[in-house]
Design a protein around this ligand. Structure first.
Ligand SMILES: N[C@@H](CCC(=O)N[C@@H](CS)C(=O)NCC(=O)O)C(=O)O
Length: 256
């Protein structure tokens, strides 16, 4: 992907989407997926994972990604705000059902995947809290920044492991119930945002193969690491769902 610098993007109008560069950050991949499905064009702007990202903080108020900035509207850096913006710019295909009950289900599941204290957040905590400090000074500083930014400390570790297991079990159960009802989707019988989020966040347990996802080997190894508890819970249906969503709704190879 050809990224625009923050300085250049700032002087443009239209939809600018700040994305983590060089790795398939699940929140960034999901934001791209949402705009892709709706056919909404955007200007990609690069964010450095673990970096200070001073210019970005000055523009968007946050150092991380994704952030969607439309014209001179306030920057949107939360997954739900980004989704609601996409729904507004191009209502079809709907990624949130029209009925309130359906929306509750999709937003609830999505929050379990993307929200603070959800799957992505807890998986990051379990991976980063246990990482040995890298010998390289720049890498060590970047890890410290990420740990502080996302509160990945030893105290959060146990609670994160419990939440992670709970959410992964819920997703497996739900996918099995849906399969029994002949739906390949997480909610109802059509694609919703929850499917895109899970397809992208599943990488934190099992990244797509190198041919379509040439991520750094060290990050891949970390994402793939498991625990006896997770091994017991992880059902292949989690990744069958992911593969179906990529094959039918998203685009490969990943481009970050
Ligand atoms: N606030 C965001 C989540 C943002 C987030 O956790 N971003 C991470 C994962 S892509 C990130 O930018 N990490 C790299 C960094 O902080 O430098 C949302 O709710 O969508």
């Amino acid at each position: 992907l050809k990224y625009c610098s923050v300085a250049a993007a700032r002087s443009m109008s239209g939809l600018r989407l700040v994305l983590t560069t060089g790795v398939p950050g699940p929140w960034s991949e999901a934001a791209k997926g949402i705009f892709h499905v709706k056919g909404i064009p955007f200007i990609p702007v690069g964010q450095e994972s673990g970096g200070v990202n001073r210019e970005l903080v000055d523009w968007a108020g946050v150092p991380n990604a994704p952030v969607a900035i439309l014209d001179d509207e306030p920057p949107r850096d939360g997954w739900l705000d980004i989704l609601l913006l996409a729904e507004r710019l191009q209502p079809y295909p709907r990624l949130l059902p029209a009925d309130s009950e359906g929306r509750i289900e999709v937003v609830g599941i999505s929050s379990e995947i993307c929200g603070e204290g959800g799957f992505g957040w807890c998986r990051r905590t379990t991976l980063m809290a246990q990482m040995p400090s890298p010998p390289d000074e720049t890498q060590a500083a970047s890890l410290t920044r990420l740990r502080t930014r996302y509160r990945c400390d030893r105290e959060a570790l146990d609670a994160s492991q419990v939440r992670l297991a709970e959410i992964v079990s819920m997703l497996c159960r739900r996918l099995q119930i849906q399969r029994a009802a002949a739906s390949p989707y997480l909610v109802g019988s059509a694609l919703t945002a929850a499917d895109i989020y899970w397809a992208c966040f599943a990488a934190l347990l099992n990244p797509l193969p190198y041919e379509v996802n040439p991520m750094p080997a060290s990050v891949r190894e970390r994402y793939r690491s498991s625990t006896p508890l997770l091994d017991k819970i992880k059902d292949p249906i989690l990744f069958q769902h992911r593969d179906f969503i990529y094959a039918n709704h998203l685009s490969l190879p990943l481009d970050y």
